[in-house]
Design a protein around this ligand. Structure first.
Ligand code: 9MR
Length: 361
């Protein structure tokens, strides 16, 4: 990534660092404040999904310390669940915009862009859609109308949309669970991008998936699809790696190469859902060594983005363990985010901040 040299800022930042202790609470430097200017630093905004089964109220709307950290540290926000079909379109003729509106408003008030998530996915679709009986023409119209309604509502307020999410399985085949692709064929993907582009011509439109952090058939499938869409002049603008990492599987040391393949096609790239889970020792507290390894995975992922010219967005999937999806889905694992439950920072946080600051100079 081409980084501007800002000598004056660097001098000021350095002298400020000398007079401020690193853990100076409200005065400590934030991730967003030290990051290169052409790179957005984002987080998922907790609410909906697994949170609905937890013994706490909606994190985003109720937790004030959470909101303070969210505003301070990040300049990009991704609704974790609040723009997904089952949440925003719970009945065929009813939309539920309130929670998403609140996030978009908060983001604007705090100088943050928003990543819209998501429009065409196999998961978290409402029962009326999954269980309904529709002709192909009706189904196509349902998707088109949803995209025009949701993307249109936030026109001009969304930096990037995850238009198609997790469309390939581990063998690089279209997922049979995806209602749209199964019923309407893969051509519906191009339609979804075209409709989203018509509804908001300035939004950057992305393919987004996990399991694409290393080269392999899944990445090959995305590369082939991206080439085809571009050849067909479909408004595809980016490819994103979610980067849900586990310390069981090693650091993503080939990620820069993967992102570069899409950069070479003229696409933007992004990291959209980074977290690094680990097996928790008995008692639940990670060891210092585990935390150091976790920090190194976070850094490797950030370094990959920094190494690729068009990687313009780096998002972690929540910033506090308090609200992480990980222990709910992987009972033996956890501690996957960069802050503890009380928002104190782990080594991974400081590693990200140091790496961002070094890249800005
Ligand atoms: O973090 C989300 C969690 O609250 C939901 O319960 C879960 C349901 O599938 O989805 C989680 O977010 C997923 C994201 O939307 C797409 N990539 C994988 C994420 C983690 O499962």
């Amino acid at each position: 990534m081409k980084r501007t040299v800002l000598a004056v800022v660097t001098v000021l930042a350095t002298s400020a660092a000398l007079i401020q202790p690193v853990q100076a609470g409200g005065h400590a430097k934030s991730l967003r404040s030290v990051a290169p200017r052409d790179l957005r630093i984002g987080t998922a905004v907790a609410g909906g999904g697994h949170h609905l089964d937890q013994p706490y109220p909606d994190p985003f709307t109720y937790d004030k310390p959470y909101r303070r950290v969210l505003a301070k540290e990040f300049n990009s926000a991704s609704p974790e669940n609040q723009m997904k079909w089952e949440f925003i379109h719970p009945e065929r003729n009813k939309y539920n915009f309130g929670p998403a509106d609140a996030i978009v408003k908060f983001a604007r008030q705090n100088g943050q862009v928003v990543r819209g998530h998501t429009l065409l996915w196999h998961s978290q679709n409402p029962a009326w859609l999954n269980e309904g009986t529709f002709t192909k023409a009706e189904l196509r119209q349902i998707l088109k109308s949803h995209i025009f309604t949701v993307v249109g509502r936030y026109k001009g307020k969304i930096q990037q949309w995850d238009v198609a999410n997790e469309i390939f399985n581990e063998n690089g085949e279209y997922r049979s669970e995806n209602i749209w692709i199964r019923e309407l064929g893969p051509g519906i993907i191009a339609d979804a991008f075209r409709w989203a582009h018509q509804a908001d011509p300035k939004a950057q439109l992305f393919l987004n998936d996990y399991g694409v952090e290393w080269p392999g058939v899944k990445v090959d499938a995305y590369e082939a699809l991206a080439k085809q869409l571009l050849a067909d002049r479909v408004p595809l603008h980016g490819f994103a790696s979610q980067a849900h990492l586990s310390m069981r599987y090693g650091a993503p040391d080939q990620l820069a190469g993967v992102l570069q393949r899409f950069d070479d096609l003229g696409l933007k790239t992004a990291i959209t859902e980074l977290d690094v889970r680990m097996d928790l020792p008995e008692g639940g507290a990670p060891t210092a060594e585990q935390l150091a390894t976790q920090a190194s995975y976070y850094k490797t992922t950030l370094d990959a983005c920094l190494a690729v010219a068009g990687c313009n967005s780096f998002t972690i999937w929540g910033f506090t363990d308090k609200y992480s999806w990980v222990p709910v889905f992987f009972p033996a694992e956890g501690a996957a985010t960069v802050m503890w439950d009380d928002f104190t920072k782990k080594p991974a946080y400081y590693t990200l901040r140091d790496t961002l600051a070094a890249a800005r100079r």
